[in-house]
Design a protein around this ligand. Sequence first.
Ligand SMILES: *Cc1c(COP(=O)(O)O)cnc(C)c1O
Length: 376
Amino acid sequence: MAAQCMLWQTSPAATELETRVIDWLRQALGLPDGFSGVIQDSASSATLSAVLVMRERALEWTGNRTGLSGQPRLRVYSSDQVHTSVDRAIWVSGIGEENLVRVPTGGRWRSMVPEALEAAIEVDRAAGFLPAGVIACVGGTSVGGTDDIAAVAAIAARQGLYLHVDAAWAGSAMICPEFRHFWSGVEAADSVVFNPHKWLGAQFDCSIHFIRDPGSLIRTLAIKPEYLKTQGADGIVNYSEWTVPLGRRFRALKLWFLLRAHGLEGLREMIRNHVRWSERIASRLAEVPGFEIVTEPMLSLFTFRHQACEEQQMDEHNLALIGAINDDGRVYLTQTRVDGRMAIRFQVGQFETAEADVDMAFDVITGIAARLTAGS
Ligand SMILES: *Cc1c(COP(=O)(O)O)cnc(C)c1O
């Protein structure tokens, strides 16, 4: 229908519906009243916008549109578990990848060590850097690495830094109250992104960028040439001022359909099933001789590896196993490195996955592993 959703005036329906469905999702995720939001194409764009706000805020809005030359060196902090969209946002924003400080992680969920985060900020300040913000993650891509948001938020507040939380994948699970412990403290974040196009079943593309102070986004991104001025329209929202792109699609419509068609209870049931089935296949695999669970399920994501005949051939063997599983064509898996060694990622997340599919995946994985071992 080619709706043009840049300004309220070019599509009042798209604007009003966007405000409405974002507020439904805010409530569904248990985020407090103070958050508004905007629908972006991707988490990468939302994180870039958040980093641009960090930059402008740290420079006290003076660097806006004038370039970074002559400014103090900015610093942004995250763990090594964050998605590569964070790396890209740091160099695309001109902050420079050398100014993304990797804070050491620890514990079951590979969380930033709070004391290490605070120490890094203070060391940088003493050395003349300008700390600008922290990017925390909930459900990192590799193994579901998750920061202690409450602890990170307390440090960010104490240090006067902007906090962005990337929950692109895991955020969908927060419609289930029993999973919200994974991001407790999130209400203190300045900015949160999650992708309904990942685990909630929205058609691609659809990423929600929640934000506590939309004024900071508008101050960073809005631009108003004469032809975009809408006369006599004070107090309306022009969502194009909240994002890098000007032109926008009517993404709220598919969210409205998704929520109306399945209801929150239907979506919760899907997510709960995925988590339960992942936990079940992980414990079944753990009992098969030769299989090792490398990282326990974080929601519906875990990693495992299969024992090779010779210890030094483990990585090679597991890569061969993934190749054979994917060539077989019934399931699709990817690999990652955990503490330097290859591991296979398993995750249930597709909208129409049934329990029988997960049982089939177990047969595929164990069957192909047995065949490979017998053949070698
Ligand atoms: C998928 C993912 C991203 C990137 O999302 P896009 O919408 O493809 O940009 C960023 N962070 C996390 C944690 C993700 O899972």
